[in-house]
Design a protein around this ligand. Structure first.
Ligand code: CA
Length: 645
């Protein structure tokens, strides 16, 4: 991070019970953050954008083992610097992150004169804050009991949030795993279904039409992952994990050595959703944790488990999927749970060898467990202990496996964050990329860990197999993610089904309601640098050649993301660019028609795009769009989509 200049310093009187005030503005001056104490030394901040209040007076502070920093606080010093940083990224929605902000560094003392600093980073659309603790006397470490950082939105703001689950419920007692349902435009005071608040990121729609997305970033082994509390008298607080997570093992209270700090809590605001869909604050504020000696390659893959399920984890079916990946020109095949008993380590070596003759590389599934749930799918009890984990990783490196998918974690405590980091760090030593499932939200991990690929942390494609209800709601859920979950982190969704019925025979099972082009559009809407698609061998003969060609061609790495229009849960028009080629998806998640007009020339300035859509009989068709003054007006049927490329 480059500090360009020190904008201002404030000298404040050290003592006295009176209100203190600091104002920080964004580089473009449109965002104003005001920080102030009251007469009892409680600390508050508020945020406005172009004169409109986005957050009303919201509390700051926390309670730590080495001191109480909730009241009796005095601001002793502060300075504001102008910061500009620019760096290249892989594995996210853009290949370059530009971070420009005015950062206030505020020195505080509590009633016992123990020091704490708060940093407030104020960009043109992103506000972030964190607490920093210097070493205080002989005290070399601390533990944080609770945090009173809060977010107080104006009256009549609505929310798009999913609840934090109870601990130790669900499949083999593996929750919470960020796989709950969103309520769109929910009342601000609605209680979480489980009474444990809401998982990050949380989206808010302000009464004046503006939007705000709250999340956190830079969470590593030195802190827990947090979430938002229920609305308590109008304020959402940062809340730490529940004691019951991890089968009750480990503390919910994060601890670290001094000097030390909390993660950044981020608030992205905008008059429309553009800064949220295109924003990169998550990575701007995360810090790389280690360099890699390996060159990781990204691309597309297939996985038999998603459609053919557990029965397909055998040698013969895996050959079929390796052949499918090869036929599609993909890079990877993912061999899912039970391979240890149904295929075995020796025959996995043969599969990896066979795959290599077809130019395909292999990802292998592991359970994270462990002593915290009831998972029986193997391999179990290998990723939680470094001695066995490294044995497995040495074996995988030796036979040429390129990555692992680790599933079924245990919640958000610091000890689980430590496990994620340990797995990532050991995997990188062995040239392995890592995908997490049944897991927490990634919090800046693409920048922090060079071999990190993506996390599930969403009700993903598997739910199409499990429930007709999810198939019925697929339009709604698909059009949420670009605005919320996928806006802050790579999303391992595993989608794009071309079977109409959710089964191997394509006759039985749940029925997909959305169209084929809708499915293809998710390859643009959902960002994850390795995409394991839910296609099956029968699609090669049964699906439209246009769909197959599109899947062969679609990139998984993006240089730029551009939001055009949309509303969470209803529809989204979004374009992504790789090199000089753009892909635009206009996806209708509702069950009724929507007519939209897209200014095509704003994206396709150099060439006329091709339109992929469905005719009235749902045949996938390709054509040159009929433009009027550079604009395309099109009616998209319910649960359908169009693609321009
Ligand atoms: Ca899952």
């Amino acid at each position: 991070m480059k500090v360009l200049s020190l904008l201002a310093t404030f000298s404040l009187l050290l003592y006295g019970a009176y209100a203190q005030n600091i104002t920080i503005t964004s580089p473009d001056k449109n965002v104003v953050v005001n920080l102030h104490t009251d007469s009892l030394g409680f600390l508050f901040y508020n945020i406005s954008l172009s004169g409109v209040t986005y957050l009303e007076d919201s509390p700051l502070g926390l309670s730590a083992k080495h001191g109480d920093f909730r009241s009796g606080l005095k601001i002793t010093d502060s300075s504001i610097s102008s910061v500009k940083d620019e760096f290249e990224m892989t594995r996210i929605k853009a290949n370059k992150v530009i971070y420009e902000a005015n950062v206030a560094s505020i020195s505080i003392k509590n009633a016992e004169s123990i020091p704490m600093n708060i940093e407030f980073s104020v960009g043109n659309n992103d506000i972030a804050f964190r607490y920093l603790f210097p070493k205080s006397g002989e005290t070399g470490s601390t533990r944080i009991f609770s945090e009173s950082s809060g977010f107080r939105f104006p009256y009549k703001t609505t929310s798009f949030m999913c609840p934090q689950s109870d601990a130790m419920i669900g499949w083999k007692r593996t929750k919470p795993s960020y796989e709950e349902e969103y309520t769109p435009d929910g009342k601000l005071n609605r209680k979480s279904e489980f009474n444990h608040g809401f998982t990050f990121p949380c989206l808010f729609h302000l009464p004046d039409g503006g939007w705000a997305l709250i999340s956190e970033t830079g969470v590593d082994s030195r802190f827990c992952a947090s979430h938002l509390s229920n609305n308590i008298n109008g304020t959402f607080f940062v809340e730490y994990p529940m004691a019951t997570e991890n089968n009750g093992n480990g503390t919910p209270e994060p601890a670290f050595a001094l000097p030390g700090k909390t993660p950044w809590r981020t608030i992205t605001i905008g008059k429309d959703l553009k800064p949220i869909v295109e924003g990169t604050i998550t990575w701007a504020l995360a810090e790389p944790q280690y360099e890699t000696a390996h060159k990781y390659e990204y691309g597309k893959g297939t996985w038999s488990w998603i459609l053919w399920q557990d029965n397909s984890i055998n040698y013969e079916d895996q050959i079929k999927y390796i052949d499918l990946s090869s036929e599609m020109g993909f890079k990877y095949v993912l061999i899912d749970n039970w391979w240890d008993t149904n295929i075995g380590h020796d025959k996995i070596e043969k599969l990896v060898e066979y795959a290599r003759t077809k130019n395909i590389d292999v990802f292998l599934w592991y359970a994270s467990s462990g002593y915290w749930n009831d998972i029986v799918q193997g391999p179990i009890n290998m990723m939680d202990r470094p001695i066995i984990r490294k044995q497995q990783m040495r074996w995988m490196q030796k036979i040429g496996v390129k990555g692992i998918k680790v599933d079924f974690f245990a919640g958000d405590k610091q000890e689980t964050m430590r496990l994620y980091e340990d797995i990532l760090s050991d995997a990188d030593d062995h040239g392995l990329m890592v995908i997490f499932h049944g897991c927490t939200l990634p919090r800046g991990w693409e920048r922090m860990y060079p071999n990190y690929v993506g996390s599930e942390a969403v009700l993903a494609s598997e739910n199409m197999i499990f429930s007709q209800d999810f198939c019925d709601k697929e339009g709604f859920t698909t059009t949420l993610h670009p605005f919320i979950r996928n806006a802050v982190g790579s999303m391992e969704y595993g989608g794009c089904f071309l079977n109409r019925h959710m089964s191997r025979d394509n006759k039985s099972g749940n029925t997909r309601r959305t169209s084929d082009v809708f499915q293809l559009s998710t390859c643009i809407l959902f960002q994850n640098v390795i995409q394991n698609f839910a296609i099956a061998p029968n699609n090669l003969k049964e699906a439209s050649p246009i769909s197959i060609d599109f899947l062969k061609e679609i990139p998984t790495e993006w240089d730029e993301t551009r939001f055009i229009e949309g509303y969470p849960g209803k529809y989204v028009v979004l374009a992504r660019r790789y090199n000089n080629k753009w892909y635009l998806a206009a996806t209708n998640g509702e069950k009724i028609d929507r007519t939209i007009t897209i200014d095509v020339t704003s994206i396709f300035s150099d060439y006329t795009p091709t339109l992929i859509c469905e005719d009235k009989d749902d045949n996938v068709v390709c054509s040159t769009p009929k433009l009027k003054k550079g604009k395309l007006t099109v009616t998209i049927r319910g649960e359908h989509a169009i693609i321009l490329k």
